[in-house]
Design a protein around this ligand. Sequence first.
Ligand code: NAD
Ligand code: MG
Length: 385
Amino acid sequence: MDLLLLGASGSIGRQTIDILKNNRQTFSLMGFSVGHKTRYISKLIRLFPEAKHIYMQSAQSYRWYKDKYPSINFYFGKEGLQQLLNNASYDMLVNALVGFVGLEPTLIALENNKKVALANKESLVVGGDLILKLLDSGKGTIYPIDSEHSAVYKCLKVQDKNVDKIILTASGGAFRNLSLSELNNVTSADALRHPTWKMGPKITIDCATMMNKCFEVVEAFYLFRYPYRKIGVILHDESYVHSMVRYKDGYYRAEINRPDMHNPIEFALFEGEIPFTTYSFQSLEELDKFHFHQLDYSRYPLMKHAEKLLKHRGSYGTVLNAANEVAVHAFLNSQISFLDIEKVIDYVIRHTRILKDVNYEKICQIDKKTRQKANKIIKLWSKMS
Ligand code: NAD
Ligand code: MG
């Protein structure tokens, strides 16, 4: 199968490369993108000589690569990702970009009836309704890479009748043992120390604020098409139970495995057509090696946005995601405190009118405006403090 990998230099991207190296007979990497880590390009060209379409975010090294590898098409800048998608021939897009930038490639791939192995959950948070339309009207498909959704996908493959609830597990992130009041002075270095997973910086902060789980509830809604009330979240310390499905007869089914993203990535690349194991049990007490706790919504206030987003739909996800991206970026740059992330998001949501129907162009305008609004309030607050 011919693949296109976006975000090849990131955490998911590199783990995808590991899998491709071990499955050379099955996959050809026809093209890929990196962000600013352009030194990684030469290594990937050596590993995958079939790759003839390569994107880099900045223009700096573009000339050098173009001269060094005249038989390869290089792209950069704002329009570059789109050009890469339009010029390369591929069967499956592996979208391992982080943030809003991942939405457009997902839409283009689905418009062209391609398969999408999707790590970029922001695609569904921002453009879930556009994606549903494309899935319903075309032949494109999505295979989830997120570990929770991969687990649910597996459980539903075994049994998708009489589902009572989809239950996503959450580690609680870096500050799970701290109370809300103890979060006043935590730093970005503290927040980047995730207890069970090693991931890119943005999602690691999203885990600490629980925005990641909020996004994953939305992701589950669009991937599996169960209403909000049928999607639950439970805290689970070890990150071994990757999520579960509870059936109407009271039984649960779960995927239980050590935390390693290679597994869900591989499952998505193989379109779910490789052996897997799920376990059925009658109560959580049977899993006595593992620890579970009820999620306290007042401890993780950002979780409330999942219900709101799925009630309003329209532009809610775009506003929420843009405010979150700006706030997380500002926190990582020590411009705001950890607790300010939530304040920025709530301020922006409260001061933005949510539109009911949005197309991709409108989404881009709203994303831009929301970023400006969030940046403005961050500047203002930092002047005041
Ligand atoms: P990362 O930061 O490690 O990598 C992101 C990649 O996107 C990098 O290659 C970066 O260069 C590229 N990128 C970022 N902005 C770009 C831009 N404007 N233009 C072009 N390229 C750009 O992130 P990650 O942890 O690999 O996460 C990727 C996605 O997968 C996210 O949506 C995340 O929520 C999701 N995800 C990650 C994990 C994990 O274990 N890392 C698990 C589940 C889901
Ligand atoms: Mg996840």
